[in-house]
Design a binder for this molecule. Structure first.
Ligand code: ADP
Ligand code: MG
Length: 627
């Protein structure tokens, strides 16, 4: 009987921990190899908040605190401790450090902390840990005898209830615009950055929430078993939890719960059964074999079924009704200059798409982020900007001026530094020298996400769709100022952000329709063809309502007819007030749409003018022929 209760409580504790890890690793792509330290910290804090001062028991153990606080304060304290402990780690997983380095950093920290705690007795009672932790409620109420069956069942029920609460809470934030942003960051953080997502604050949120959940699970565990012992919190326990999440299905919270039951609980159970039947088994054999089994399990799953038993499910979004979508798409089409759109506009079929409505890109809705509105003829100036990669001068001393409302072309042979220049302008890379002025303000040191919020949005030359988001989701991620696109907004619930979301679905669906991708709206972007992915990117950039759009060879791989249509559309957008700087290989496109055109070669600007003027200049022609 007692065994069943133990199993239930362990199951609930492991489920809570796995949920926290699934949120960090599966949803947000933060590989926290130090997960166990947050659980251990929560457990310790729960213990010392519940225990009387360490002198009360004859001082056979030393610990900090000993506040003897009533339930549920120790559990609340446990969650708070896990969350607070996460804060110093945000510097590891912040904006710049690559995910794998951060993961190793967390692992090393976990090992070091365990060593410190085990060897420094004055702090946490050393290797022995802390014992005699009072059970919740039992001490205060004589009706609850903590060893009675009823009490134990009550405890297990409470733990399972908390696991359910954690599950519902995580589902609420994962299935929100904020959750979508976390998944976008997981798929490609550099692109999320370029769309105005603050990676540092997103990752801080993920670490703190996961830390609090880990802390809570530790608090429940320590209240149940009554002891807190450092060897039980070794970094290897993190691996057990990771195995559980990977096998259950990373990014699927139900999978995390299933994994918790299959791996930590299942292994305990199997070990017990085998040991019971074989009294002659060497005592240390099974625990060691368990590690081998866990290693094998990870390898087998990563090889045969990396998505886990319950894979992350696709978030297909029902399309708005066809008529409304078509009408709005017609508005996009007028902008994108499609003949069909023009014909449609000629007929009086535009009842619900007034100019400036959600389907109209020409007049962007007011953004939630304040944007600088410059005057003067120039929107962007680069002054003597340079970028060195080691010894390579990718960009050296480039000065360009982009006129407001122009569709400026940027050409040059491979390796000329065009993509690097875009990266510098958008903030994806830091300049080695020089200044960048946007709308009259110096933005040289502004991080990429803040430039995006100010209206400078770029695309990437290499495929950069969020691959495990659908086409529709890719577009919706880019919408600025969705009320549900923040932690608190997500917690506030669907009702708080439903209207914003519906408007975003409308706008995105219309755009997808006018690009002819409606049949793929609910496909994973990663499953599309190369050309289609280029379209997703350009649509996504448009969804972010840029004032200044930087396109990097966006037409490569796109059908020429469609490319021409898009070119037409870009011209229209510029008439509507947008400014576009566009890298393009196809000179025919430059000829037709871009004025002026800037020519780069070997990191420097070679010439600037209309295509006609440039054709007459021998050095330009030479750069192309030679390059
Ligand atoms: P383009 O887009 O005009 O083809 P790029 O800007 O991509 O040219 O590259 C310019 C030069 O900088 C090339 O020599 C390239 O090898 C180098 N380069 C670009 N990015 C990096 C990087 N991250 N690290 C090192 N070298 C780079
Ligand atoms: Mg390039």
């Amino acid at each position: 009987m007692y065994y069943l209760i133990t199993l239930l409580v362990y199951g609930a504790v492991d489920a809570i921990a796995c949920l926290g890890l699934s949120q960090q690793f599966g949803v947000a792509g933060v590989t926290n190899f130090g997960f166990i330290i947050f659980q251990a910290a929560g457990a310790y804090v729960a213990a010392v908040l519940a225990l009387p001062p360490d002198t009360a028991n004859g001082a056979f153990q030393v610990y900090i605190g000993g506040l003897h606080l009533p339930f549920p304060v120790p559990w609340i304290g446990a969650a708070a401790a896990g969350g607070l402990l996460a804060l110093p780690f945000t510097f590891l997983v912040g904006r710049r450090l690559r995910g794998d380095f951060a993961a190793i950093g967390l692992l090393v920290t976990a090992v070091l902390l365990n060593l410190l705690v085990t060897n420094y007795r004055a702090l946490f009672n050393g290797d022995a840990g802390v014992a005699l932790v009072p059970a919740p409620l039992a001490a205060q109420n004589s009706m609850f005898v903590s060893t009675s069956n009823a009490y134990q069942y009550g405890f297990a029920a409470g733990a399972i209830l908390l696991a359910a609460v954690v599950y519902l809470f995580l589902r609420r934030i994962t299935e929100s615009p904020y959750g979508r942003t976390l998944r976008a960051m997981r798929d490609n953080d550099k692109v999320a950055d370029s769309l105005g997502k603050n990676l540092l604050s997103l990752r801080t949120g993920v670490l703190v929430v996961g830390g609090a959940i880990a802390g809570l699970s530790g608090g429940i565990l320590v209240s149940f078993i009554g002891v807190w012992s450092p060897p039980a919190w070794s970094y290897a326990e993190t691996i057990v939890l990771f195995t559980a999440v990977i096998i259950g299905g990373a990014g699927n919270h139900r999978g995390a719960v299933l994994g918790a039951i299959l791996v930590p609980v299942g292994f305990e159970e199997i070990t017990r059964l085998i040991t019971n039947n074989n009294p002659y088994l060497p005592p240390n054999l099974l625990p060691s074999l368990q590690w081998v089994a866990i290693g094998l399990l990870i390898v087998v799953f990563l090889w045969a079924r990396p998505q886990g038993v319950l894979p992350e499910r696709k978030r297909a979004i029902p399309q708005p009704d066809t008529f409304a979508r078509r009408v709005r798409a017609a508005a996009w089409d007028r902008t994108l200059g499609r003949i069909r759109g023009r014909r449609r506009a000629a007929r009086p079929v535009r009842p619900s798409a007034p100019a400036g409505g959600p389907g109209s890109p020409a007049r962007p809705r007011p953004s939630r982020y304040p944007r600088p509105a410059g005057t003067g003829p120039d929107i962007l100036r680069a002054i003597e900007v340079s970028k060195d990669f080691g010894g390579v001068h990718a960009v050296s001393g480039v000065s360009i001026t982009v006129g407001r409302g122009t569709l400026t072309g940027l050409i040059g042979p491979n390796g000329a530094g065009k993509s690097t220049l875009l990266s510098l302008l958008a903030g994806t890379e830091k300049v080695s020298g020089g200044r960048i002025v946007y709308q009259g303000q110096d933005i040289t040191t502004l991080p990429a996400y803040r430039r995006a919020r100010a209206g400078v949005v770029r695309t990437f030359q290499l495929a950069s769709e969020f691959r495990r988001l659908t086409v529709l989701e890719n577009l919706m991620t880019a919408v600025p100022g969705n009320r549900g696109d923040s932690f608190l907004g997500a917690v506030a619930g669907r009702r708080y952000w439903r209207a914003d979301e519906a408007a975003a679905i409308d706008r995105a669906s219309a755009l997808i329709e006018s690009f002819g991708l409606t049949a793929h709206a609910n496909d994973y972007a990663g499953d599309l063809s190369g050309g289609q992915r280029r379209l997703v990117e350009i649509m996504r950039a448009l969804m972010s309502e840029p004032d200044m759009l930087l396109l990097d060879e966006q037409m490569a791989g796109v059908h020429p007819e469609l490319a021409r249509k898009i070119g037409d559309g870009l011209v229209q957008l510029c008439r509507g007030g947008m400014t576009i700087l566009m890298v393009e290989h196809e000179l025919a496109i430059m000829d037709e749409f871009c004025d002026p055109v800037i020519v780069m070669a070997e990191g420097s600007v070679l010439a600037q003018g209309t295509m006609g003027e440039l054709r007459d200049r021998t050095e330009v022609v030479e750069a192309y022929l030679v390059g």
